[in-house]
Design a protein around this ligand. Structure first.
Ligand code: ADP
Ligand code: ASP
Ligand code: MG
Length: 409
């Protein structure tokens, strides 16, 4: 008998028929003699609908009351799925995050899980039930409802799997695994049988929304056997695992596109100590995360300073720069929301020189202008104009022959 955590995303529970299909799949695993904990998302579109309602009162809703509203989406699904399971003879019991006691910090709208109380879940499992837990939500030390950020049900599932020391955490979604790139952009994208935690973490961080970043962090930290599979078909999906478990390592594993960033540039600041901290300190103080940074000093000694932030933070960042940059002698403050970040990811890069130049050559041949570059040991990212984003993804997918399978490192 194994303990298995199965998570079903929004599309997979999008209507009553799909919930019935999920119930049938869960009941099958349960009937095989396994203990099953199910984590579900809100029905597809529901979280956006709830956000829309909140916007009637606040253009930029955030904070405690938003989480009270958003958490209702998942609460509906757990009740429906339990009814569906009971209707086909499987014992089932639903739990909200607060009922389990998924303890989080108090950072509303993007809370982090700190601890999971196993008692009620274990008791319900031992009584023979399928346990159905609402994803995306928790409760802070004072009993306030919190949510974990968009896509957070993945993290609920992996955190539960880690806490319960589950044998496997299965993420069922509308694709049958992790692909070399988003199959909606490149139909020839190929499903990966296996990918390392490290690569998956980079891909999630760089825009592949198939798994929430934090769920991969948890999986890696607690070595959870994590698998992404289709809720509509059969098949083994993609196993996210350690590098030791991957026999043939590709040069590049994937290409990602992140449409969520915006670029800001401060020109003509003097080349002296304290400029970077003077500009970015106030941005950090406002809890705005800065991603790429490029600083460049011209022959005349004046420095241009460019960086990217999340698009949602663009206006606020611009306001902060308008406050602080003039006093530092800046010539101008410029901004551009219409940029995207395209990245290639692969642990194979570690042992291979020349990947960056091959990437830049391929983009140049398609007339794609690169505006910023950043690299780490296993990824290279470029910022390009939004209109070139998908072309750049297709070009790199072709260049590194990702549709054909492993070009070994
Ligand atoms: P769920 O609602 O089940 O959580 P998501 O929409 O969050 O599903 O994630 C699945 C989607 O992620 C897919 O439909 C796909 O378009 C997108 N996606 C982006 N990059 C990738 C990738 N590299 N591999 C697979 N899917 C990807
Ligand atoms: N319902 C939440 C969202 O839409 C959480 C999730 O689906 O994982 O972001
Ligand atoms: Mg998701």
């Amino acid at each position: 008998m194994a303990l298995i955590v199965q998570k079903f995303g929004g599309t997979s529970v999008g209507d009553v028929d799909r919930i019935k299909a999920v119930a049938a799949r869960v009941a099958r695993t349960h009937a095989e003699g396994h203990q099953v904990v199910v984590v579900v998302s809100a029905m597809s579109g529901e979280t956006d609908r709830l956000l829309g309602l909140a916007r009637a009162f606040d253009a930029n809703p955030r904070g405690r009351e938003l989480d009270v509203i958003l958490s209702t989406g998942e609460q509906v699904t757990i009740g429906l799925l339990c009814m569906a399971l009971q209707s086909i003879g499987a014992g089932a019991m639903s739990f909200t995050g607060g009922q389990v006691r998924i303890l989080t910090d108090s950072a509303y709208n993007k809370a982090r899980i700190e601890d999971i109380d196993q008692h009620r879940v274990r008791a319900a499992l031992d009584a023979g039930n399928v346990v159905v837990v609402a994803g995306f939500q928790g409760v802070d030390a004072d009993g306030n409802i919190t949510t974990l950020g968009r896509g957070g049900s993945d993290t609920t599932a992996v955190a539960l799997a880690a806490a319960l020391q589950a044998d496997e955490c299965q993420i069922y979604t509308d694709v049958d695994g992790v692909y070399t790139t988003d199959p909606r952009i490149v139909p020839e994208a190929r499903r990966l049988d296996r990918i390392t935690y490290e690569e998956m973490l980079e891909m999630a961080s760089l825009g592949a929304k198939v798994l929430q970043i934090r769920s991969v962090e948890f999986a890696s930290k607690y070595q959870v056997n994590l698998r992404v599979l289709s809720s509509f078909g059969e098949g083994g999906g993609t196993l996210i695992t350690t590098e030791d478990n991957i026999m043939e390592q590709a040069l590049i594993s994937g290409v990602t596109l992140n449409r969520d960033e915006a670029q800001l540039t401060v020109t003509g600041v003097p080349d002296r100590p304290g400029i970077a901290s003077g500009l970015l300190g106030p941005v950090a103080d406002a809890n705005i995360e800065v991603d790429m940074i490029v600083q460049n000093t011209g022959a005349d000694g004046a420095t241009d300073f460019t960086f990217t932030v999340h698009r949602n933070d663009y206006e606020r960042t611009l306001d902060i720069l308008r406050d602080v940059a003039p006093a530092m002698g800046a010539r101008s403050i410029e901004g551009d929301r219409k940029i995207v970040k395209v990245s290639i990811v692969g642990v194979g890069m570690r042992s291979h020189a020349g990947i960056a130049s091959r990437m830049f050559r391929a983009l140049a041949a398609e007339g794609v202008n690169i505006r910023m570059i950043s690299t780490s040991e296993i990824k290279i990212s470029v910022v390009v104009d939004e209109k070139y984003g998908e072309l750049a993804v297709r070009t790199l997918h072709d260049e590194f022959e990702l549709e054909n399978g492993a070009v070994s490192a």
